[in-house]
Design a protein around this ligand. Sequence first.
Ligand code: GLN
Length: 245
Amino acid sequence: MPTLRVCSLYPELMNIYADRGNIAVLRARCEWRGLGFEHAAASLGAPLDPDAHDLFYMGGGQDRDQIAVAHDMAATKREALHAAAGRGAVVLAVCGGYQLLGHSYELGGDELPGVGLVDLRTVREPGPRLIGNCAIEADLGTGSRVIAGFENHGGRTHLGPEERPLGRVLAGHGNNGSDGFEGVHRDNVIGTYLHGPLLPKNIWLADHLIELALGVELEPLADQQFEDGAHASARRAAGVQARLN
Ligand code: GLN
């Protein structure tokens, strides 16, 4: 029976908005199907084995925690993350974690390094924080689907010209509040500003990531009551009417 091996990066520092709920959902979806699930963590100073995990996860964080994480990640995990992404492992990063997947996060005259897995830069530009419920339309090879969640970021993210966003903003601010796009998606690397936590509110995405990470096709579960309800409620909060998909 295949086992999903998940590694959380800096879980004690990058975990605001209950983003660790994403891990709970991955575990439950695997266990309910009789798949194995292993969860490891790699924090400050710890080396990372690119072959030891199928899915690498990093949640959101405050600026002050990102400062410590950014330098450590560039120094101790950059190469392993490139190797892992290069062999098709899934990398999922939310908000503060997403910002550190790019080249840099500029704030208050400082430039924090990113790991350069994707071509993007984040800048603390003048202006209010981008806060609120958000819904986007994304196509991950699954047909067009809605991802709904909650965003709260001071940084504005700008993708390089060849980089693809995760989706198109239906409601909310997205990457920078101006270009109408949200997140990043390159191969099996996904970054997004959407908390919620993300996966409990978008259960199709949780299953899709497990499929990508394990190279399997999953049978659907009975999601009609709770999981579909959580998705519909996140969409309603963003003002994007639920439709069947
Ligand atoms: N500290 C970052 C910002 O404000 C990320 C915030 C978050 O992860 N919610 O842009």
